[in-house]
Design a protein around this ligand. Structure first.
Ligand code: ZN
Length: 223
């Protein structure tokens, strides 16, 4: 830290942004499967690394971001949703968002497969999460110019609608991103580069901030 830099304390952080940002990292260290065919890439570990980066980047910009699952274990989806909803019930569901970070997989788990690309999911129907998904997807196109965008345009927007538990049972806007395929050898190797980790972090941070600005929730730096 440079001498004239101001350190933002945790208590100041909590009061300086009007929206709580929950970043969820899917799976735990003992979750079966959820790894590359060669076993080297472990999804729980990667998700956590990216989630931590997103949280600290947002906190540095004075947003109230928090890891939903600081534990290494696979916390039940029901408990993850309970944590989000407990906060929403006190502070209002319009004052929180939840973004779940994942890496996709395809095939039998023992052989590399060709499926590739980036995607974002919301729960079914027109929901408040659609705008959040749009903002993150726009940033994904910018930060991942060489990656295929997997989309479902049938309802007019890029997000794919799925009844994932974390999306259906959280009260606030919630989205789930699948950041490439750990079962695609080339993509799996790329995901582990410094460049990829930075791009995936940046696209979430930029997309989340864009959404918060659209809904009028700003960090203390912009007030
Ligand atoms: Zn996953």
């Amino acid at each position: 830290m440079k001498p004239n830099e101001v350190r933002v304390s945790d208590s100041e952080r909590l009061s300086c942004s009007s929206t709580k940002i929950f970043i969820d990292n899917g799976h735990g260290q003992f979750t079966a499967g959820k790894r590359s065919p060669d076993g080297e890439f472990r999804e729980y570990h990667y998700n956590r690394e990216i989630a931590k980066r997103i949280v600290s980047d947002l906190q540095d910009r004075c947003y109230d971001a928090e890891l939903l699952v600081p534990e290494l274990d696979d916390i039940l989806l029901k408990e993850r949703c309970r944590r989000v909803n407990a906060w929403c019930l006190i502070h209002g569901k319009q004052n929180a968002i939840c973004v779940s970070i994942h890496v996709n997989a395809y095939g039998n788990g023992v052989e590399w497969t060709e499926a590739s690309g980036w995607s974002i999911y919301t729960s079914k129907g027109k929901t408040t999460a659609d705008a959040l998904a749009d903002c993150i997807a726009e940033a994904a196109k910018k930060y991942l110019p060489n990656m295929k965008m997997r989309a479902d345009w049938s309802d007019g927007d890029i997000d794919i609608e799925e009844d994932f538990y974390i999306l259906r049972h959280t009260m606030c806007p919630a989205v789930l991103s699948e950041n490439g395929f750990m079962t695609n050898e080339k993509e799996c190797r790329w995901l582990q580069t410094r460049e990829a980790k930075q791009a995936i972090t940046d696209l979430h941070v930029e997309g989340i901030i864009e959404y918060l600005e659209q809904v009028g929730s700003v960090s203390c730096q912009n007030r």
